[in-house]
Ligand binder design. Structure first.
Ligand code: FES
Length: 73
């Protein structure tokens, strides 16, 4: 039985964030540049004020890069 993926819960600081879209980053959920050589670009998100965010790790969310609860099946 496989365990459902759950989101990355991050106490995020304000500023511009780049979250991985290609899945190859060694610093998930952040982009580390591993997408280079592909046509995939990271999600660029402006976080206006420091807050807790849930970043999708299952790839099924309809509100990427944020978790929308779809991982619960
Ligand atoms: S981890 Fe929650 S929808 Fe993907």
């Amino acid at each position: 039985m496989t365990k459902a993926k759950t989101p990355f819960i991050i106490n995020e600081t304000a500023g511009t964030k780049y979250y991985c879209k290609c899945g190859k980053s060694k610093n998930l959920p952040y982009c580390d540049g591993s997408h280079q050589g592909t046509e995939v670009l990271p999600f660029k998100v402006e976080i206006d004020v420091a807050r807790t965010v849930a970043i999708c790790s299952c790839g099924q969310s309809k509100n990427l890069p944020f978790c929308d609860g779809t991982h619960k099946g």
